[in-house]
Design a protein around this ligand. Structure first.
Ligand SMILES: Cc1ncc(C[n+]2csc(CCOP(=O)(O)OP(=O)(O)O)c2C)c(N)n1
Ligand code: SF4
Ligand SMILES: [Mg+2]
Length: 344
């Protein structure tokens, strides 16, 4: 994890803390994701007012209260349409959508698929604990077969594969993290924010209270035992980290507020057969791991060649909806009367 570097960085993780107490249980994986998120945005030097965190309902949704930023705590399963509207209206803000496995893949599933195919420039973090934490530990769509809940319920339906869905539906950055691997998670979040398009980051995020017991396939121990390294990335502030004539070749470079960041793969030479820009290979490899119940942690797929939604939607001369005066965003009273008259 790169440190915040002296005069270059205006923000530290503390600057994104709030005084709200969202009452997450001690050891909750979701709290660790929020911690990584604060670290990541501080390393990218993003002002809180430039961030927009949109969440659904669940313990995961409490993130909105836990991070100083613009935020919308929406209805259950409805984070996607709200984030889509907000991002289209104001693509200059960095949108981060936070959703639990139930919020994403039960009630919100249709909307999430609609979102994933847009290549909107936002980071969607799915906080997957394999249960409905907020409502006290029921089966969720991602609960694995043979993984009893704390109350002894077992699912006999195969779990939803969010990563597979994201890849086939059109997400252009697909990564798998783990709450307990903070260093990896911070880099994955930074990469997802900088990526020009839709980034889906699914995080294995144990529910300490309802799904971290012996026998659960969603516990900290289970993930530690079944994890496998995948392409790991690091995201560097090029000027601050490599002030002079660095030899380092970055795989992808990005500009954020006049600063240059570079994404590099740390371990691709250890898996020479893998290419994270090859969708078919990523899908095939992911399916093999999924069948074997291995949990790859890393960046599975990236495609920087697609245009992000706002680049297709707006031309250079267009003003974003958020920059228009209110009267420019709605019909005048006269025009509205003409429309209404047609229905009288
Ligand atoms: C329309 C509607 N249906 C059901 C609920 C009850 N409910 C609240 S949170 C939740 C599930 C949350 O699970 P998940 O998204 O996995 O979040 P977690 O708490 O595990 O982070 C449900 C069913 C609700 N709030 N609104
Ligand atoms: S119930 Fe589970 S998901 Fe919710 S705060 Fe507690 S540990 Fe976290
Ligand atoms: Mg959940």
């Amino acid at each position: 994890m790169s440190e915040n570097r002296g005069s270059k960085n205006k923000y530290s993780p503390v600057d994104y803390e709030t005084n709200s107490s969202a009452n997450l249980c001690p050891g909750c994986g979701h709290a660790l994701i929020t911690r990584a998120l604060r670290q990541a945005v501080s390393e990218l030097n993003l002002p809180p007012e430039k961030l927009n965190v949109v969440a659904g309902i669940g313990c995961s949704g409490k993130t909105v209260a836990e991070i100083k930023a613009n935020g919308i705590h929406t209805l259950h399963g409805c984070a996607a349409p709200v984030a889509m509207g907000s991002q289209v209206a104001n693509p200059d803000q960095e949108h981060i959508l936070i959703s639990g496995d139930g919020d994403s893949w039960a009630i919100g599933s249709g909307k999430m698929i609609a979102l994933l195919r847009t290549n909107l420039d936002l980071l969607y973090i799915c906080e997957n604990n394999g249960t409905y934490g907020l409502t006290r530990g029921q089966l969720s769509p991602t609960t694995k077969i043979d993984s009893p809940t704390r109350w002894g319920m077992v699912s006999d339906i195969p779990p939803v594969d969010g990563i597979g869905i994201a890849m086939v539906t059109g997400a252009t950055y697909v990564a798998r993290g783990f709450s307990a691997r903070q260093e990896l998670l911070v880099e994955q979040i930074k990469g997802g924010i900088l990526h020009d398009g839709l980034a889906y980051l699914e995080v294995f995020s144990p529910c300490r209270t309802f799904n971290d017991h012996e026998g659960s396939h969603h516990s900290y121990k289970y993930c530690q035992r079944h994890a496998a390294d995948f392409p790991k990335i690091s995201v560097n502030d090029i000027e601050a980290d490599y002030p002079s004539d660095s030899e380092l070749e970055h795989e992808f470079t990005y500009e954020e507020d006049g600063r240059q960041f570079g994404l590099e793969f740390d371990n691709l030479d250890e898996m020479p057969e893998y290419d994270p820009t090859d969708l078919n290979l990523a899908l095939k490899t992911w399916e093999d791991y999924w069948t074997e119940q291995i949990i790859p942690l890393g960046l599975l797929y990236i495609d920087e060649s697609q245009k992000a939604h706002h680049e297709r939607f707006y031309s250079e001369e267009d003003d974003y909806i958020a920059t228009l005066e209110p009267e420019e965003t709605r019909p005048s009273r006269e025009d509205f009367s003409i429309i209404l008259d047609q229905f009288r």
